[in-house]
Design a protein around this ligand. Structure first.
Ligand SMILES: [Zn+2]
Length: 184
């Protein structure tokens, strides 16, 4: 119960941070010298893990008005989950105390639309993963949501940690709004 409260508080903090971001023209997270020095000396205790796409328009710290030491961010094109990402999440939840993991997909994701084509090289590793999630879905928005759902499911199943809340969300690249009600 206590852990769930920690996750709920973390989610509220993300929502509040996003509200501030929507109407901001500059980042508002604490990146002061004092904060740098404090976290350098005392270590980090981020309040949430964010698994985000690498897309340059999706900036997790800015989107949630977060500063130094606030978020443990894993960025990979298409916000896909594999063993390497799971290792990062496990580290953050077991060693840094994070109780909330958010998979943050976004509108207009190039990786999701690339999954409808044939891809070669290392890109194929990503698009094959997305294809598995999306199936025959041709609507880009719905495909992005299915892709987030797959990553959430993988984290829940493979991390298997009842103390950790895993949530899917979708970032709108035009309005800046994060929709947290994606999977409900
Ligand atoms: Zn993307």
């Amino acid at each position: 119960m206590r852990e769930n409260n920690v996750a709920a508080d973390a989610l509220e903090r993300l929502k509040e941070g996003n509200k501030i971001y929507i109407n901001s023209t500059n980042g508002v997270g604490d990146i002061s010298l004092e904060r740098r020095r404090y976290t350098s000396e005392h270590g980090q205790s981020p309040y949430a893990v964010i698994v985000s796409c690498s897309d340059s328009r999706v900036m997790p710290e800015s989107i949630f008005s977060a500063g130094i030491g606030d978020l443990f961010v894993i960025r990979v094109a298409g916000n896909v989950i594999d063993n390497i990402q799971l290792g990062s999440i496990q580290y953050a939840t077991e060693h840094l105390g994070c109780r909330l993991v958010v998979v943050l997909g976004h509108t207009g994701c190039g990786a999701v639309s690339a999954a409808t084509h044939q891809n070669g090289g290392y890109v194929k590793f990503i698009t094959d993963e997305i294809k598995h999630a999306v199936g025959d879905e041709t609507d880009a928005g719905k495909a992005s949501i299915l892709n987030v759902k797959q990553s959430v499911g993988k984290i829940e199943k493979l991390l298997n940690n009842a103390d950790v809340v895993v949530k899917g969300a979708l970032y709108h690249t035009d309005s800046g709004i994060v929709d947290f009600e994606l999977l409900s």
